[in-house]
Design a protein around this ligand. Sequence first.
Ligand SMILES: Cc1ncc(C[n+]2csc(CCOP(=O)(O)OP(=O)(O)O)c2C)c(N)n1
Ligand SMILES: [Mg+2]
Length: 579
Amino acid sequence: MLETAAPAADAKAAEAQPKLTDGFHLVIEALMLNGIKTIYGVPGIPITDFGRLAQAAGVRVISFRHEQHAGNAAAIAGFLTKKPGICLTVSAPGFLNGLTALANATTNCFPMILMSGSSEREIVDLQQGDYEEMDQLAIAKPLCKAAFRVLRAADIGIGVARAIRAAVSGRPGGVYLDLPGKLFSQVIDAEAGQKSLVKVIDAAPAQIPDPGAVTRALDVLKSATRPLIILGKGAAYAQADDQIRALVEKSGIPFLPMSMAKGILPDTHPQCAGAARSTVLKDSDVVMLVGARLNWLLSHGKGKTWGDAPKKFIQIDIEPKEMDSNVEIAAPLVGDIGSCVSALLDGMGGHWPAPPADWVNAVQAKREENVAKMAPRLMNNRSPMDFHGALGSLRTVIKERPDAILVNEGANTLDLARGVIDMYQPRKRLDVGTWGVMGIGMGFAVAAAIETGKPVLAVEGDSAFGFSGMEVETICRYNLPICIVVFNNDGIYRGTDVNSASSDPAITVFVKGSRYDKMIEAFGGVGVNVTTPDELKRAVDAAMDSRRPTVINAVIDPAAGTESGSIGKLNPQSAVRRK
Ligand SMILES: Cc1ncc(C[n+]2csc(CCOP(=O)(O)OP(=O)(O)O)c2C)c(N)n1
Ligand SMILES: [Mg+2]
């Protein structure tokens, strides 16, 4: 009797007790309630159990080897999905490792949330030397769109909601969410906890442009004799692909895609002016920017690149402060890109005049001339390879597999690949973005594979790869369909520099004849060494077909590159030359 009565009494007593929950569960539930399915991070105090519990609750938790790469993964997940990517780090050093990615996400307008555990507030604020002590909120603030700290478990719902809304509304960007260790273990009534959770309704509301601004933009566009449309990565982010394509085609205007906007319309589209970039920038008279900023990547909208003739700009951007940032904007169109482009399409009506034929023909002729000039270089089968020969192979790979995602970083490896590899679908090219930052490679590749399920081809300079190369273990651990091609030219820009002052190697060169393919073999992945474009093509095809994690060491002539790729002119030059 006693034996059966005891559990019954226990159950009764438990029923009488109020049900409890804690910070761990509330953060997980708040994320899940808002459709967040994946967390990218590195475990440690105070977030290890949080990661375990999240995994147990059905959230996918991807553990990296370094927070910067987890942060980059979260950022590009945000770009690909329009939902904030989540990066989870430990306090001080882990937080700082994630911070570069947070700042980069903000600069590139990728929505992400860096969630960091932090140390005891009472000790941190008195600077008494806590474990991993740092005032993380204060440090994060200037580097992101918004920064919040949650101190009470009952505020977790609101804190997560605010972070999500801040990341994706208006111009997207990075948000910091500080979660002190003690928050996770705080216990509150389960029902009250449940009620405190917030489902964010319409996180990124449409921002409809002013009708007068739409008319003004169309008037300016109509006045053009040599119009140009520039598509930026904001246009890719917007996922308004059909409207953008309709706008370009209805207008008949040549378009120039910025790097990560390649593929919104195929690079092989008859109106694509990618291969006539200098001509269209210099000779156009009206330029419509769609989610592209007039920053350094577009020479600030002025100077030699843009020619002497007066130019009028129409700019579509969700951020009003972007207007007149570098030059006068004749027709600012503030709103979300989908709404702005739809409004323009409506306003154009059924009889929009085609741009003057001499302009369209001039652009076309220049483009054909440049493509023809490039063609034989891309077909050379030299060994050791030059960049063009190797990239010729990869260009065919993407042509044959247009839904694969291309990740790209390096200097020559980046600049030449951008020009050579045609893209056919939107959001398939992910690269170093606004800052030209090295180190995005493996983080972007991991998130691209996880978020889309598509195969990923990462084309990496040997230096660029080094920044995140350890993540090949992560790629093997999660068995992701990622093929990494390391363009191995023995160094940064080229492998030929010599230091004549001492026996130390020159500052831009690496160990000659390195075999990056061996790295992945240590973790059970496939390593291949290739020395010709044909071998390269075969190796990439095999990797993409098998979907096995692969590193291909592509041996490139160490003398083939140029200093800083195509942006060597940004290196400071002094008239004084001292040895
Ligand atoms: C975080 C960061 N550190 C340093 C740089 C400077 N940088 C620009 S490109 C580059 C590497 C270029 O070498 P590699 O990746 O081998 O490309 P290659 O030109 O040889 O093809 C470096 C270190 C940077 N852009 N970002
Ligand atoms: Mg290199």
